[in-house]
Write a protein that binds this ligand. Structure first.
Ligand code: NAP
Ligand code: 12T
Length: 339
C-alpha cells in the first residue's frame, strides 16, 4: 500500500494530540511522521505508533519532506506557514479559521460536501470548519437535502477543550479551588468557568455577535452551498471538558414530522440517533460523545410553536469530529481520490 509522509503542526496541543491518536487508530498509511511545534517544545519527544519521535521546530522545517500537513497551531501560524508548506508541495489541511472563508479554499465536512476537496488544487490548502459548525451540519445536512431548511436557531453548550490544553487545566484548577473553599484565578477566560457558564466564545464583532457565532452563520452557507439558509446562533461555554452540545431549532421548507426526521437521521453518515424519550434516553457530552466519532442526535420533536418547526439536540466530541477526526477524514478522501 502506498504511504504518505505527514507533518502534524501543533503536535503538542489538544488537537495535535488527538490527530496523533486518530492517525494510529485508523491506521492511516503514514510513512515518515514529523511532529512540529514551537521552539519551546522542540527536542523533547512524543510517541507515535510506539516509537519515540523528536519534536521539530516548525520555523526550521522543510515542508518538501512531506505530502500532507495537518495544521492546528493557531491562525497566525497557519497564515505564515501554510502557504510556505503548499509552495513546497505539501497539501495543507488547516484547522484554524484563517482560510475558511477564502472563496478558492475548500471548506469541508466529508459527510456533507466531500466533492469540494477537488479544489485543493487551487492553493494546496483545504480548510477544516469550526467544531460547532461541523456537528451541526452532520446532523442537519441530511434534512436540508431531503426537505430544505429555511432557518436554524442554535444555542451551543461548548466544552473548554475547544480553547486548548491550558483551558482544560483552568477548569480543573478552578473546580478544585472552589471545592476546597479557596479563591479562583481566571486567566484563559475572562470570568470563572468552573460551576458557571459564559455566553462568549472567540472575540466580539462589531455587530454584537461573537466570532464563533459568525463562523456558524458564514461557514454553514459555504458548506451547504446555500446562501439563503438563515442561521441565528448563541455560543456558550460550559464547564465540560470534551464534547460540544447544541440545541437546534429549525424551520424546514416542506413540513417534516419527527418520525420522518428520525428515519432520515438513522441512515445518515456519521450520525447516531439516541432518542428514547425517557430518563437518560438521550446523548450527553461526557458519557456518549467523549472519545467517540459520531454526532449523536436526541430529543427530535415538533416545535409546538411552529408548523414547519423541528427541535433537535446534538452532541459530538469537539476535539475529534470537531477538529482532528474531520481533518483526517479529509486526508483519507484526498489520498483515496487524488494522490
Ligand atoms: P493548544 O492545546 O493550546 O496547542 C497549541 C499548539 O500550537 C501546541 O502544539 C503549540 O506548541 C503550538 N504552537 C503555538 N505557537 C507555536 C509557534 N509559534 N510555532 C509552532 N507551534 C506553535 O491548542 P489546540 O486546542 O490544540 O488548538 C490549536 C489551534 O487549532 C487553535 O488555535 C485553533 O486555531 C485550531 N482549532 C480548531 C478547532 C476547530 O473547530 N476546527 C478546534 C480547536 C482548535 P508548543 O507546545 O510548542 O507551545
Ligand atoms: N476560539 O477553530 O474557543 O475557529 O472553542 C475553535 C474553537 C476557535 C476555531 C474555542 C475557538 C476555534 C474555539
Amino acid at each position: 500500500m502506498k504511504k504518505y509522509d505527514v507533518a502534524v503542526v501543533g503536535a503538542t496541543g489538544a488537537v495535535g494530540q488527538a490527530m496523533i491518536k486518530i492517525l494510529e487508530q485508523r491506521q492511516f498509511p503514514v510513512g515518515n511522521v514529523h511532529l512540529l511545534a514551537s521552539s519551546r517544545s522542540a527536542g523533547s519527544t512524543l510517541k507515535f505508533a510506539g516509537k519515540d519521535i523528536v519534536i521539530e521546530d516548525l520555523a526550521e522545517f522543510d515542508f518538501s519532506k512531506v505530502q500532507i500537513g495537518l495544521f492546528s497551531a493557531g491562525g497566525d501560524i497557519s497564515a505564515e506557514f501554510a502557504p510556505k508548506a503548499a509552495a513546497a508541495g505539501c497539501i495543507v489541511i488547516d484547522n484554524t479559521s484563517h482560510f475558511r472563508m477564502d472563496k478558492d479554499i475548500p471548506l469541508v465536512v466529508p459527510e456533507v460536501n466531500p466533492e469540494a476537496i477537488a479544489d485543493y488544487k487551487n492553493r494546496g490548502i483545504i480548510a477544516n470548519p469550526n467544531c460547532s459548525t461541523i456537528q451541526m451540519l452532520v446532523a442537519l445536512a441530511p434534512i436540508h437535502a431531503a426537505v430544505g431548511i429555511e432557518r436554524i436557531n442554535v444555542a451551543t453548550y461548548q466544552a473548554v477543550s475547544g480553547t486548548g490544553a491550558p483551558a482544560i487545566e483552568e477548569l480543573k484548577a478552578q473546580s478544585k479551588a472552589i471545592l476546597e473553599g479557596e479563591e479562583t484565578e481566571a486567566k484563559v477566560y475572562p470570568k470563572q468557568i468552573a460551576f458557571n457558564v459564559l455566553p462568549h466564545i472567540d472575540v466580539f464583532q462589531e455587530n454584537g455577535y461573537t466570532k464563533e457565532e459568525m463562523k456558524m452563520v458564514l461557514e454553514t452557507k459555504k458548506i451547504l452551498g446555500d446562501e439563503a439558509v438563515l442561521v441565528n446562533p448563541t455560543c456558550v461555554r460550559v464547564p465540560v471538558i470534551y464534547g460540544h452540545s447544541e440545541a437546534l431549532h429549525i424551520e424546514t421548507k416542506k413540513p417534516l414530522t419527527p418520525a420522518e426526521a428520525t428515519a432520515i437521521l438513522a441512515k445518515a453518515p456519521g450520525v447516531k440517533v439516541l432518542d428514547e424519550q425517557k430518563d437518560g434516553g438521550y446523548a450527553t457530552p461526557a458519557i456518549e460523545s467523549e472519545g467517540d466519532d459520531y454526532t449523536w442526535v436526541s430529543r427530535i420533536r415538533q416545535d409546538i410553536s411552529h408548523p414547519r418547526g423541528l427541535n433537535l439536540w446534538c452532541v459530538s466530541d469537539n476535539v475529534r469530529k470537531g477538529a482532528a477526526l474531520n481533518s483526517i477524514q479529509i486526508a483519507e478522501y484526498l489520498i483515496n481520490h487524488y494522490l
